[in-house]
Design a protein around this ligand. Sequence first.
Ligand code: AVJ
Length: 337
Amino acid sequence: MAQRHRDHLPEDFSERSLAEDVRAGLTSSPKTLPPKWFYDKVGSELYEEITRLPEYYPFEAEREVLVDHAREVVEVAGARHLVELGSGSSEKTRALIEAVLAATPDGGRAAYRAIDVSDSALHAAADDLAARYPTLELETVRADFEHGLAQALAVEPAGDSGDTGGSGGGRLVVFLGGTIGNQAPTERERFLATLRSALGPGDAFLLGADLVKSPEVLVPAYDDAAGVTAAFNLNVLEVVNARLGADFAAADFRHVAVWDADNAWIEMRLEAVRDVHVRIADLDLDVEFAAGEQLRTEISAKFTRERLVAEFERAGFSEAGWWTDRAGRFSVSLWTP
Ligand code: AVJ
């Protein structure tokens, strides 16, 4: 079926924004790095390993919700077209795609637009989906939804054949994985406002969000016994080494995961185990860490239904559906403009 690709990012987008993020993050106090740089080849493999850890429940919990409730989600949303933000492998989305296909009358169109920064992820996902679902109209868009959200969601110009954006409603924008938790509250507010202005009547937004629970469950999910999350966290230093000519030594840092109850988020940090001097050659930048100093690499916010309702209502959405896994650990919620 129809398949096409759009690229909204300049060739050197990734190099440039990494350089900007590293310079800004390592010269600020406290030091920070954004979590999106975890996911090079090794980091993506380590993340996949994390999803199979006994302590890391969010991945399987979300899959359970989607498998159990995809048909109901699609029915309540009135979804004919899916648009996924940060689609990655699109693996868990298959439950939703199958539900949309099942709800599409013979001869009707069902479409899926995958939006991601990774070209390789987009192409692998599209090849897999094209083989599985020959009648599905597929579109891949390489875009950074932090900066290019409105553009990535924009409905195609009239008469354009691959109109997977859809118009006149029936569009379900999907944001899974709990990735919304990586955003700070102000970023999230901006994200929801942009999203709201991109959606029209009859459209809807489906969110996967992890829920607040005991730190005895949360902390081990981000500090597992096998040390996979530690390796995943430390790998970001190798990303900076490889791509910006830095000389971080992983042995100079240790993985730390803490539950910040006031902000209701898990924070991952890398703590210098001694005084450390790092040179980042490509940035002509020297950075000092005092022993015990911590670099924040990720926040992973956890939510309550009440908090999500308050934030979405403030952004102009109403709650249209709420589902959790049987153990009540992870939510999938539906919001309409
Ligand atoms: C992919 C962003 C949802 O925050 O739980 C897993 C990433 N970090 N273990 C999360 C992650 C540490 C994950 N998200």
